[in-house]
Design a protein around this ligand. Structure first.
Ligand code: TXA
Ligand code: MG
Length: 315
């Protein structure tokens, strides 16, 4: 298959929508990372997503919509979900909700679970592509399974050339880490994956603590929960004061001698936006490893450290 990379435009959006409606795969920008989209109602399109990523098929996908009402067709919203949607959509918050029977989704999209993850992205190109397709769009990050997520169109092509019909180029992603995955299927809500909306913000809105729960095993096992994930080729060493011999230092704040700096000013939003692109830029010769400065563990730092720990995990 030839992969077309097309700058975002009204024509590109229309072409992307037509491809999706025909069951083809299209990569498009969201505010978090680029997504690899397919029609969530079409089992063959969903299977093609798993195949293109080389992803273990027990991992459920997020279903993306362009309008909140579209999610009501296949997911059951309670009062908490409505309040969260009101405050954080469009934006980097994914809600795991009970799945409506006969909602039209492929079973494969949520890996046979009675729940479904749904998100309304803030990026105008993502929303336009989804609206043009007329489908709910299943979209994991547009990278081979286990590798660094793409925040630019060329990252998508590096990993998936020949495996996706079209890549819509909308420039660099502003948030840079994936959406927060919040499980609302139980009495207490819990974060399954830290991301672009912080647990502090969710907790403030719901008026209750929102624990981060890592599901160790079983059918809920998610790519974000596999120990080694978001992994560059080179080994990653965390909380480094300086680079050792052969290492590149990925700095934060006033780090001296950094090959790249996530945010010289120590701004966590800027660091999140730079994280995946800078990991890629340092994953090249002559470096033999990547050392990373300490990142504060609050706000977006929780999501950044989560991704860095997985990038550094034994493989
Ligand atoms: O920012 C994002 O969320 C990006 C962009 C493209 O929207 N998408 C993304 O998708 O990161 P993916 O497939 O790489 O991650 C989906 C996450 C995984 O951790 C998965 O296990 C979890 O959502 N998930 C999906 N459906 C679930 C469900 N029914 N129950 C629990 N977790 C679920
Ligand atoms: Mg991913």
């Amino acid at each position: 298959m030839d992969t077309r990379v097309v700058a975002a435009s009204a024509d590109a959006v229309r072409a992307a929508g037509e491809l999706l409606a025909r069951g083809e795969l299209v990569a498009f920008p969201t505010e978090t990372v680029y997504g690899l989209g397919g029609d969530a109602r079409n089992g063959r399109a969903v299977a093609a997503i798993f195949a293109a990523k080389g992803r273990p098929s027990f991992n459920p996908l997020i279903v993306h919509v362009a309008e909140p009402g579209a999610a009501e067709d296949f997911a059951v919203f309670d009062a908490r979900a409505r309040a969260l949607v009101e405050r954080f959509w469009p934006g980097p918050l994914t809600l795991v909700l009970p799945r409506r029977e006969n909602g039209g989704l492929s079973d494969l999209v949520s890996a046979g679970l009675p729940t479904v993850a749904v998100r309304l992205p803030a990026h105008p190109v993502a929303r336009a592509v989804i609206a043009a397709s007329g489908c709910p769009v299943a979209a994991p990050s547009a990278n081979p399974s286990g590798r660094v997520s793409p925040t630019r169109a060329e990252h998508v092509r590096d990993g998936l050339d020949g495996r996706v019909a079209m890549i819509v180029d909308g420039g660099a992603c502003a948030v840079g880490v994936e959406s927060t995955v919040l499980d609302l299927t139980g009495a207490t809500s819990r974060v399954l994956r830290p991301g672009g909306v912080t647990a502090e913000e969710i907790s403030a809105l719901l008026g209750e603590p929102v624990p981060l729960t890592e599901v160790a095993d079983g059918p809920l096992l998610s790519p974000g929960l596999l120990a080694s994930h978001y992994a560059p080729d080179r080994p990653v060493r965390l909380n480094a004061a300086a680079a050792a011999d052969g290492e590149a230092l990925l700095g934060f704040g006033a780090a001296a001698g950094a090959a790249r700096n996530l945010s010289p000013a120590g701004d966590l939003a800027e660091a999140a936006a730079n994280l995946f692109a800078m990991l890629r830029e340092l994953d090249v010769p002559p470096y033999r490893g990547i050392a990373v400065s300490p990142i504060p563990e609050h706000g977006l730092g929780v999501a950044i450290n989560d991704r860095l720990r997985r990038a550094a995990a034994p493989r």
